[in-house]
Ligand binder design. Sequence first.
Ligand SMILES: [Fe+2]
Length: 286
Amino acid sequence: MLERKWFNRINATERQSVGRDILRFDTGQRYPYEFEATQHEIPMLGLEKSANGTIVAHLTDFHAGYANIDPVHEEVLRQVEAARPDLILLTGDYIDRRTTDTDSPARIQRILSAMQAPLGKFAVLGNHDHYRGIVTSTRLLEKCDVHPLLNESHQLENGLWLAGIDDYRAGTPHVNQALAALPSDRTSLVMTHNPVLFKHIESRKIVVFSGHTHGAQVAVPFPSPKLVCWVKLGSPYVAGWYQKGESRLYVSRGIGVTRRPYRFNCPAEAAFFKLSAGSQDAEGSL
Ligand SMILES: [Fe+2]
């Protein structure tokens, strides 16, 4: 078990509202879904002593401006403050492309700016960010002291390497360029919005963080989340851990919603990871 307790689920009253909202096809005027902070441990081959125990927060798919998402953003901020991560990774879709709420950039800017991590805040863009414009979206991140990594890599102060690859569908991903500087003898971290890109990355010592799927938002037996993600997104990845050779992938269910203002049996997620020296073959999740 990890030493620090990072999270608590939202209270029962809020969770109970989910069923009522679904039955009434609520349009998001009330609290629309559950939120869950998940904890994981990542064994990393060749991890430097200085990076052992690093706490990473992975946040994705905020979709500001759509549905009643602001209370969830506030909860995510509280969870991040409680976890006191060393590093924050953001993997896209900060503002929903369909929003008509002109205040949403200011509100998400406040949330992202308030998050603090000594090793920094790094990001890639999602498809919604590309639809809004790469310059506009990048500028928003920089105002929040978030460093975009678009097909490039960066060595953190603790020696760990981090890379960001542009979005698979809406962006221009250059995998080789982004990963060129990563060492071959130890594990590095990689961000990309759409997990489908994982299929096209050759096996190497990396842990990839993605979002985009929202875990399908609605988890029912039929159509199953796997079928929904395959048909709608062309993604064999839905949520959680995947492995291909030496490469590992974590797909977060994300924070926000899009297209439909609800989730069912598929809580929103903020994911926290503790990096530890160990075998690459070990399972990534606790
Ligand atoms: Fe998204």
